[in-house]
Design a protein. Structure first.
Length: 186
């Protein structure tokens, strides 16, 4: 059993079923799991669902991300995204070699939502960032695939620009990992 599972089981067993305790357990779970990251491919990398088309690449580099949402994206998101992208690559055991074939990840933020927006009325507390992301072969400048990647938080403990950047980095690296032969965990 991994550490997250043990921690979650301990929190839920001690929380009870009352409303306040359930909220505390949910927030505790949010601390453990962090913000969510999901992607949906527009231009798939390959015809099969679990391909290894990215196998020749030994370096994944975060390129330029721009604000395509009329200047409403905080500049801090882009700095945090770079940091979180590196962390997520390491967590997913994706290579980061200084030599070899490089894949560039670039994109445009097309939607940014913070607490207090219109979505909060319908969905409750939510924060999200949506980006159109491309994976580009550096050597040929060919776009290999395009996806919509979303970093989202529905927990109060995961709000803020840095947490949305973490969710977006999770979405991007999940897309890469789905198309890369990652070595099994020890």
């Amino acid at each position: 059993m991994n550490t997250r599972t043990i921690l979650l089981a301990a929190m839920l067993s001690g929380a009870g079923l009352s409303g306040g305790c359930f909220t505390a357990a949910k927030e505790g779970y949010g601390v453990v799991t962090g913000p969510k990251g999901v992607y949906s491919q527009i231009q798939p990398l390959a015809a099969t669902a679990r391909s290894t088309v990215l196998a020749p690449y030994s370096r994944f580099e975060l390129g330029e991300f721009s604000d395509g949402f009329a200047g409403k994206t905080p500049p801090a998101l882009f700095a945090h995204l770079r940091e979180q992208f590196r962390r997520q690559l390491a967590e997913r055991r994706l290579p980061d070699n200084s030599t070899g074939k490089t894949l560039l990840v670039r994109g445009t933020v097309i939607y940014y939502e913070g607490v207090g927006g219109k979505a909060d009325v319908v969905l409750g507390e939510i924060e999200e960032v949506v980006a159109r992301v491309e994976l580009v072969d550096v050597a040929s400048s060919a776009v290999l695939g395009t996806a919509i990647c979303v970093g989202r938080s529905t927990d109060r403990v995961n709000i803020g620009v840095e947490r949305k950047a973490d969710g977006l980095a999770k979405a991007i690296t999940a897309w890469i990992a789905a198309n890369y032969p990652v070595p099994p965990k020890d």
